[in-house]
Write a protein that binds this ligand. Sequence first.
Ligand code: NAG
Ligand code: NAG
Ligand code: NAG
Ligand code: NAG
Ligand code: NAG
Ligand code: NAG
Ligand code: CU
Length: 339
Amino acid sequence: MHSALIRGFLALLAAGAAVAAPQTVRDSDVCTFPRIRRPWHKLDDKEKKAYIDAELCLMSTPATLGLRASRTKFDEFQSVHVLKMEIAHFTGQFLPFHRLFVWAHEQALRDECGFTGTQPYWAEELDVGAFSKSILLDPVLGFGGDGIGPDRCVRDGPFANYTNPLGPGFDITDHCINRQVNDTLTMTAAPTVVEGCMNMPTFLTFWSCIENRGGPHSAGHSGVGAQMSNPISSPGDPLFYLHHAWLDRIWSKWQLKDPEVRNRDMGGNNRANLSSRVPPPGVTPVNLTRPADIPEPLIVGDPGNVTTLNHLLYLYGLVENRTIGEVMDPSKVLCYGYD
Ligand SMILES: *[C@@H]1O[C@H](CO)[C@@H](O)[C@H](O)[C@H]1NC(C)=O
Ligand SMILES: *[C@@H]1O[C@H](CO)[C@@H](O)[C@H](O)[C@H]1NC(C)=O
Ligand SMILES: *[C@@H]1O[C@H](CO)[C@@H](O)[C@H](O)[C@H]1NC(C)=O
Ligand SMILES: *[C@@H]1O[C@H](CO)[C@@H](O)[C@H](O)[C@H]1NC(C)=O
Ligand SMILES: *[C@@H]1O[C@H](CO)[C@@H](O)[C@H](O)[C@H]1NC(C)=O
Ligand SMILES: *[C@@H]1O[C@H](CO)[C@@H](O)[C@H](O)[C@H]1NC(C)=O
Ligand SMILES: [Cu+2]
């Protein structure tokens, strides 16, 4: 009874905080024309080239944030993902964190590299069972093909010569961008799987459907393989952003079915139980233990262990801090939508 009282009191405090401390509206927060993100499959050649060129520009823009092992702006994104590993996966912030992370990447393309388009997404349903033949892996107007040779380096396409300083996992090693495409492991991008998630009634059931094994999240990661299949260092492959934009679109479409409720529906734990994670068959296990010299990120904003709308999304300076509440409706502060 005592603990029930305390829980009630904490809930009141949390509710009070949400009412008493509204976010200050900044000029930059006013969204008149949301930018519409489109699938890579529908971009014309000029749009594809503009995106690839902007990504190459990020890869040649020096790092500024002093993050672990990062030489370029592109690396800094990967570094933030490494640092947030067990806070941002199998936790309530999985979808909101990746929403802000992909948005931060899109902003960097704009701010650092003069990109004027929007973040494309990989409509993986269209390539289910056949990632190896996807137009995204085109060597001329795409991201380069599958990896080859023992180190699985991507040897064609625009990113063939990039030296990636982070990964695999928490390691710091200079290596190529690598891939090991496995078409069998892309089956969880099937329209029926996505539809199954879209029919989930609550954030908790929807999010599990997306992230857990057998869901769409694993299709892009396991299907592309190598660095992309590494839960820690996967943003070392530029395909990461198109995969996560696709998942973000699915979440956004799910939210739009009942925005009043679903733009406020949040929950889940704040820290993942990594000992319960076993990789899917065919995927090499990754050492998920954080090395002692990399401090664990703090959890800020929640009254307890459960993720709330007040949860602070901190991206180590890639973009300004946002709460989960601020990113729930992408057409507000982040000012974008999907086709
Ligand atoms: C990568 O380097 C090789 C060898 O120097 C060069 O032939 C090739 O054009 C480079 N590719 C790209 C995309 O820069
Ligand atoms: C974490 O998962 C392992 C394996 O499933 C389980 O034995 C353990 O009780 C879990 N720990 C917590 C704190 O939930
Ligand atoms: C692809 O993954 C499947 C399922 O895990 C596995 O059985 C198969 O050996 C893999 N294929 C290749 C070519 O690695
Ligand atoms: C996993 O990484 C941790 C931290 O670097 C290290 O202490 C541990 O020995 C590694 N485990 C294995 C099996 O390599
Ligand atoms: C949060 O979880 C930790 C570890 O499971 C536990 O020790 C702690 O009591 C929990 N805190 C709250 C406020 O529930
Ligand atoms: C953003 O959040 C981090 C982590 O809580 C904090 O250290 C930092 O001061 C915040 N930055 C700003 C500008 O408020
Ligand atoms: Cu991730």
